[in-house]
Design a protein around this ligand. Structure first.
Ligand SMILES: NC(=O)c1ccc[n+]([C@@H]2O[C@H](COP(=O)([O-])OP(=O)(O)OC[C@H]3O[C@@H](n4cnc5c(N)ncnc54)[C@H](OP(=O)(O)O)[C@@H]3O)[C@@H](O)[C@H]2O)c1
Length: 325
């Protein structure tokens, strides 16, 4: 079938393209063309999805049967997609747990009982929730919204797990939060990508929490896996939360994937019964970590976009924390 990926050149979308090609689809991507090219075998269509005329011009009569939308970040992009792609047989949209008004900190129960944002704020979560409503109204029960949690895997440009891999591989004393037992859930981009294509093929509709199961690992388990995979001789130097905060360490950013104690116990307590029932796979954490490390060693580190703070502990902050132990 003709499958259009809105996105497709960066991370998750790239894996969607690969999965769709493997499943025999005639694949096109639609991007501005600034983040590179899609995997070989897909036709690359170009335009800005915030421009209402760009998508119809690029499609030029090529009407997709299926759509996987990994790139929607604005309300106007959602409106434009709803206006042009309402006839698709299946539309799988990548949303976020941030679409829920209660996340973070969560917990998040079954999808149908959890309110999403309804405010007009031009922010990530409310914009995703708006896009779900807007495109969902055009497609009806052929619209699936996958509210993704933390996505990891090869080609990850955000470099949170990647920073830990680099730091742990370098070895020596490594500052870690004294909260290694905090739970964490993640989803491998390749698992999510293949499943999104299948969901679009089936014309499956509804909302689904798209992440790994509760209890899949902990922050400590993930860092231990990084140590195993990199073979690094790193030693953990656990630092209590009050000391980290006093030193100016920003949770999630300076120590990527670490959440403060008021959020950590519930943030990854997300009901994924529907995702499991609908066949969303969840590969072993060690496979995601090992493949990310292999990809990272063979590729330059991602360039952090200007609007984003680079993840990781600045060396001077690390030195201060280590000196105080
Ligand atoms: N990473 C996480 O942990 C996480 C968690 C929850 C949800 N999500 C969601 O998951 C999705 C994953 O994104 P990804 O970066 O992996 O997807 P991707 O499809 O691999 O990359 C984003 C694509 O969007 C294109 N794009 C950006 N702005 C555009 C515009 N105005 N018009 C047309 N194309 C545009 C980019 O190409 P050009 O730059 O060339 O235009 C790029 O191909 C996002 O929707 C994100 O909100 C991510």
């Amino acid at each position: 079938m003709r499958l259009l990926v809105l996105g497709g050149t960066h991370f998750l979308g790239r894996h969607v393209v690969t999965a769709a090609l493997e499943r025999g689809h005639d694949v096109a991507t639609f991007t501005r063309g600034v983040s590179g090219a899609p995997p070989e075998g897909a036709r690359a269509l170009h335009g800005d999805r915030d421009d209402p005329d760009a998508l119809p011009a690029a499609l030029d009569g090529w009407a997709p049967d299926l759509v996987v939308d990994t790139s929607c970040q604005t309300r106007v992009a959602a409106r434009n997609a709803a206006g042009v792609l309402g006839e698709a047989r299946g539309y799988a949209f990548v949303s976020s747990l941030n679409a829920y008004a209660a996340w973070p900190p969560g917990p998040i129960g079954p999808e149908d009982g959890e309110p999403t944002w309804t405010t007009d704020d031009d922010e990530y979560g409310p914009n995703k929730a708006f896009a779900e409503r807007e495109i969902g109204a055009a497609l009806g029960d052929r619209f699936l919204t996958a509210r993704a949690g933390l996505i990891v895997g090869p080609h990850d440009p955000i470099h949170r797990l990647g920073w830990w891999l680099d730091r742990i591989a370098r070895g020596g004393p490594v500052v870690v939060p004294d909260a290694l037992d905090q739970p964490i859930a993640l989803i491998d981009a390749r698992d999510l990508a293949g499943w999104l294509v299948e969901m679009a093929e089936q014309g499956r509709g509804g909302a689904v929490n798209a992440t790994g199961p509760v209890g899949m690992t902990t922050l400590g388990g993930l860092l231990e896996t990084c140590r195993e995979v990199t073979g690094g001789a790193a030693e953990w130097v656990p630092v209590p939360e009050p000391d980290l905060l006093e030193a100016g360490v920003e949770p999630w950013v300076h120590l990527p994937l670490w959440l403060p104690s008021d959020v950590a116990p519930t943030a990854w307590d997300v009901d994924t019964a529907r995702a499991r029932a609908w066949g969303l796979p969840s590969r072993a954490v060690v496979e995601s970590v090992a493949d990310t490390w292999a990809w990272q060693q063979a590729n330059p580190r991602p360039r952090v976009p200007p609007h984003r703070q680079a993840p990781g502990l600045p060396p001077e902050l690390e030195a201060t924390l280590l000196a105080s132990r």
